[in-house]
Write a protein that binds this ligand. Sequence first.
Ligand code: SIN
Length: 355
Amino acid sequence: MKKRKAIPFVTAAILSLSLCTSAFAADLPEVKILATGGTIAGTAPSDTQMTGYKAGALGIDTLLRAVPAINDIAVVSGEQIANTGSESMTTDIWLKLADRCNTLLSDPKVKGIVITHGTDTLEETAYFLNLVVRSDKPVVMVGAMRPATAISADGPVNLLNAVKLASSPKAVGKGVLIAMNDEINGARDATKTTTMNVATFKSPELGLLGYFANGEPFFYKETTRRHTKRSEFDVSGLKDLPRVDIIYTHVSDDRHLIDAAVKQGAKGIIYAGSGMGSIHKDAEPGLVDAQKSGVVIVRSARVGNGMVVAASKEWTAAHFLDGDTLNPQKARILLQLALTKTNDPAKIQRMFDEY
Ligand code: SIN
């Protein structure tokens, strides 16, 4: 008679663990990860190299394998949408992301989405999606300031927190969120504030929305501005967005870059003015002419904080619009989307007042 072989203890333990895990997995929320590259997927030749590394070198599967604890939180699966440093993010990738988010979130099984992204333009992608994703389900943006190969890389814990947030009912209806450095920031107000420090995303003056403690998200507030499900913008079927350029003022500014923008076919210009969106007297005639030729002009500020509201009678008469608290790069996104619907200045000002 053949003797039955005893199953070694470790094998048995693994077997029962995997049975438990798969039984347990049935109860876990389903979270999709869309990867786009950035430092979170970056590698350097040594663990002390924190700059000059290759962003977007690792695929999403490698990132997920590095954080096995994610499998205790959610059933995750990844899709590689792009693999780029985010300084080279494109409208093309944005439209693809918007489309994937809307398709995936319409599946009742999917509870949320995490998007891995470089930090350089993460706030722009976050705000774009905040305006075009038509779902209340959580969409969480995550990046890292240190490459995956660095000592104390911040990517793994940020990714773990992001998956936790994307699967949390607390994040429903809050708009697109940013999970980095144990903090939760909202897409509209957050901006990258420092070039190398891991504590880079802040919502200056308007403040963060919450924290993570032991991987658990805690919210303290939410934005009052329209987003996601309450947004009027729809980019499905679009192949591109209208061209909007940002002109950044300085001492001895003039109209040359404004004229060049118009010549290149800009449909809108964000003027990153000094102070409360002030316009240099030598640049102003260029903006007036641009507006007369049909280009929509929005005053924003290079200051980084505070509102831009109506100021001089001349600017109001010239139909220059007010960018409110949006920084120039976010004002650009709202104007691009506004121009997909109208070029009526009054209607576009209403959008700047609401979003
Ligand atoms: C990038 O934005 O892709 C590079 C920088 C970073 O991710 O921190």
